[in-house]
Design a protein around this ligand. Structure first.
Ligand code: XMP
Length: 506
């Protein structure tokens, strides 16, 4: 295992993902809670940070259990930290250095830079610069602007780099991490999806034994992969519950339920559409809609879970980004939207929690899913929000509006598939607006609903940009929607990025 100490950089998770792409397992821990027992760790990486090492409140961890004992790589802040507190000096850079740079000097014969050519492109993002290196260090690389772009301490496997190897724009970043972790630290590259499946299935068997487990399936990637792993480990003692809240995509409940049964999962489909519609009646406020859905879900799920006698465990499809304890740099963050499904367990369900995916990133969940033989179409599904179409119908929700939106959404998504665009888009859907507009059909004046189409590119939903879909495609989809969906006479395309907009309209 590789230990990544987080100093609050926006890139810390990216370091972890790059390391894992090398088939090396790693964990992120905040700089202020370094694990006491370091026996399992084979190397340590210090992340960047929004702080300046010169600031009084800058992170100041004690690295005495690490320095010289384990191979150590400081990135950006991590490098500056080691320079500043070992007799070197860090000063404000004349210019804030942000963006691409070239390593114009690389010291020859260093394993650290093996296979990396001079003038390779690196990504810089820092306001401070290392003016003077500590004693007993060797400069390994420079750029035209940054003299001390990389250095090492003599006689120990401790390195510092000013640039960010984890960022895509650092052309040989992965090679550099491999040089450090494999050639210098001797870490094995054995962490593959197959190895993960073997280890986790074994661990789940040990953890759960003959106990019973309930799990809520959603049709999404995470819950499906979690269920498949548990099914492999404990078989029929896994009780899956798939709730139809009536706010899913057209035909989704039936087809996905069918698919789950074909996969050999012990699954019960529960159609609670009426109950959700009732809970949402006359509700127009986005947050209250989410809360009403969250509450109804918990009630339905709890009723169903009680049908299983002597259940001990609740399984959840939690993934690593939800688990990582983030290093807060700007105080507690404000709630923009309350995602109902990350709220945790209601007290009255006094079950133990099992989370088979809690150490995986999303792309790793997909790779594990592939290893398990799950249908690629299911694994490649766009994310879909827990409250479903309810947050895409602005204003109050009725069965008729749900039906209209399901039809519109179906034509849009089906069109994306037919045009080979589905996999190029990170998420897509339609929004039913709470206004009517005037149109003309034949000789008749119409006064009907407007729908907006939304398609975005993103990596994690935190930021997103609208997709430049071909005009011909938009034209065809718009025609199909207006001609086929009764009650809609106008289609618009949303060209807002996030931020400042969000992906969903509510
Ligand atoms: P926003 O609208 O905040 O959405 O830009 C970011 C991502 O989160 C999804 N989303 C939700 N997912 N429950 C969910 O499970 C929710 O309440 C919820 N709200 C937004 C959204 O679909 C997008 O992928």
């Amino acid at each position: 295992t590789v230990l990544i100490l987080d100093f609050g950089s926006q890139y810390t998770q990216l370091i972890a993902r790059r390391v894992r792409e090398l088939n090396i397992y790693c964990e992120i821990h905040p700089y202020h809670s370094i694990p006491e027992n370091l026996d399992n760790f084979k190397a340590v990486i210090l992340s960047g940070s929004p702080f300046s090492v010169r600031a009084e409140d800058a992170p100041h961890p004690n690295l005495s259990n690490i320095r010289g004992k384990l191979p150590l790589l400081g990135v950006c802040y991590g490098a500056q930290y080691m320079a500043q507190f070992n007799g070197g000096s860090v000063e404000p850079a004349n210019l804030r250095e942000y963006g691409r740079a070239k390593l114009s000097m690389i010291k020859p014969g260093e394993v650290f830079f093996e296979g990396i050519p001079e003038n390779t492109q690196v990504w810089m993002s820092h306001g401070d610069t290392i003016e003077k290196l500590p004693e007993h260090t060797v400069r390994l690389a420079s750029t035209p602007e940054v003299l001390n772009a990389a250095f090492k301490f003599e006689g120990e496997p401790t390195y510092g780099i000013q640039f960010h190897p984890e960022v895509y724009h650092t052309t040989h970043g992965k090679q550099l991490l491999e040089n450090f972790l494999v050639k210098i630290a001797g870490v094995e590259q054995a962490w593959t999806p197959a190895a993960f499946v073997e280890t986790i299935v074994h661990a789940l068997k040990e953890q759960i034994g003959n106990d019973k487990v309930v799990l809520g399936l959603s049709g999404g990637v995470d819950s499906t992969v979690a269920a498949t792993l548990l099914n492999k480990a404990i078989g029929k003692n896994l009780y899956c519950i798939f709730v139809n809240n009536g706010l899913l995509r057209k035909n989704e409940f039936e087809s996905v339920l069918h698919q789950y049964k074909d996969m050999g999962l012990n699954v019960k489909g529960v159609d609670a559409s009426e109950r959700f519609l009732e809970a949402l009646k006359n509700e127009t406020d986005p947050e209250r809609k989410r809360k009403a859905i969250g509450k109804a879900f918990i009630e339905v799920f709890d009723d169903e879970a009680h049908e299983v006698t002597d259940v001990d465990w609740l399984a959840q499809g939690t993934i690593y980004p939800d688990v990582i304890e983030s290093v807060s740099v700007a105080g507690p963050s404000v709630t923009i939207k309350s995602h109902h499904n990350v709220g945790g367990l209601p007290d009255f369900m006094k079950l133990k929690i099992v989370e088979p995916l809690r150490m995986l990133f999303k792309d790793e969940v997909r790779r594990v899913g592939k290893e398990l033989g799950i249908d690629p179409e299911l694994l490649g599904r766009h994310p879909f929000p827990g409250p479903g179409l309810a947050i895409r119908i602005l204003g109050d929700i009725t069965a008729e509006k749900v039906r209209i939106l399901q039809e519109v959404d179906f034509i849009f998504i089906d069109g994306l598939r037919k045009w080979g665009l589905y996999d190029k888009v990170w998420q897509a859907g339609a929004i039913l607006l709470p206004i009517n507009s005037v149109g003309v059909m034949g000789d008749e004046r119409t006064y009907e609903k407007v729908v907006a189409l939304r398609a975005v590119e993103s990596t994690d939903g935190m930021t997103a940009d609208w997709v430049n879909l071909p005009y011909e495609f938009l034209q065809e989809v718009s025609n199909n929607i207006i001609n086929r969906v009764k009650g809609v006479n106008r289609v618009v395309y949303d060209i807002s990025s996030k931020p400042p907009a969000t992906i969903e309209w509510e």
